[in-house]
Ligand binder design. Structure first.
Ligand code: AMP
Ligand code: MG
Length: 315
């Protein structure tokens, strides 16, 4: 029987070589990171960037995060500042994305940046993506490997489900450890978190003062307000209505096992809950449920990021 997953490769010599070859040829590949799986392409290539936007059906005004292996590689692309160095020292490599001013010398394709004069950069910690970045001579533009506005993939099969054979290669790196997207912090002026993540505002605030005001100021980051992270069925927050095709996402010890109850973390661990969020939402959709009701999730630490994603999924 023909293996329908023949574009999913293990990360061995063959997988690495095929990945490098495709990236050098301005093709797009599906790669694991510690946050979620990404659609990776040469950030300096217009062709590669066009392919990413087309594959994802991503609005052109939503800029891509650019991924690097080392701080040595970024100087020609962005202008560095002290706040960056402080946070880099504490949190990198890891799930933190910095918005910095673009260096005029930068070779990053302006369409990858939605023509902005700022660049979002990240240093992933996942061993596979780090190794790949060492073998190529350009940074990787890499949004999550899903169709625009959908759920981010957290394993190679999720990526396959989204793009099937449209990708020549997807590297299987197991389940993404963190399971939700990076924290995004704007360092172009007074530091401000644009997207919450596992690295929380309180942790960052210990290193440098950020605005912790709860009230949502007008978000200047493009592509952040609209519907996003949608499982493809309605997500309802704040009430729990019983029904034959209703699924319930809950959190914590007090819930008994029941087939339409999906517990993000039975032991009430918010980090574990974040890592299960997309996996569970994908499963609920696949199992044929028609609506998702979400119980209360504490709005602290990683809970802030979880509630942010659920709120957008419910839009
Ligand atoms: P994702 O949609 O997961 O690829 O995450 C990328 C997000 O980072 C986008 O939705 C933008 O909101 C944000 N972002 C990327 N580049 C920039 C930039 N240059 N300035 C502001 N926000 C950015
Ligand atoms: Mg995304």
């Amino acid at each position: 029987m023909k293996n329908i997953y023949s574009n999913i490769y293990s990360f061995n010599k063959k997988g690495l070589n095929k990945t490098i070859k495709n990236l050098n040829n301005e093709n797009i590949v599906g790669l694991p990171t510690e946050t979620v799986y990404g659609l990776a392409g040469n950030a300096y290539s217009i062709r590669a960037i066009n392919k990413i936007f087309k594959l994802k059906k991503r609005p052109k005004k939503n800029p891509l995060i650019i991924h690097y292996n080392s701080i040595k590689d970024i100087r020609n692309d962005v202008l560095l500042n002290n706040n960056f160095f402080k946070l880099y020292k504490k949190f990198c490599p890891g799930p933190l994305t910095f918005i910095l001013k673009k260096n005029k010398k930068s070779k990053i394709t302006s369409s990858a940046l939605a023509n902005l004069n700022t660049v979002a950069i990240r240093f992933p910690s996942n061993r596979i993506i780090k190794t790949i970045l060492k073998f190529i001579e350009f940074p990787l533009a890499m949004p999550s490997a899903n169709l625009s506005s959908g759920l981010s993939p957290v394993c190679a099969l999720d990526v396959f489900e989204e793009f099937k054979k449209k990708l020549k290669i997807i590297i299987n790196g197991g389940k993404s450890k963190i399971g939700i997207e990076s924290t995004v912090i704007d360092l172009t002026s007074k530091p401000k978190i644009l997207r919450p993540g596992i690295i929380g505002a309180n942790e960052i605030n210990k290193i440098l003062k950020i605005n912790l005001v709860k009230k949502r100021s007008k978000i200047k980051s493009p592509g952040m307000l609209k519907k996003h992270y949608s499982p493809g069925i309605p997500v309802i927050i704040g009430k729990m209505k019983k029904g034959p095709s209703h699924a319930f996402i809950v959190f914590g010890k007090k819930y008994k096992n029941s087939n339409n109850y999906f517990n993000l973390s039975k032991k009430a661990d918010l980090k574990e809950a974040a890592s299960n969020l997309y996996k569970i939402m994908r499963k609920i959709k696949k199992d044929g449920y028609k609506k998702i009701f979400v119980g209360k999730i504490p709005n602290i630490g990683p809970g802030i990021a979880i509630n942010d994603r659920l709120k957008r999924a419910s839009k």
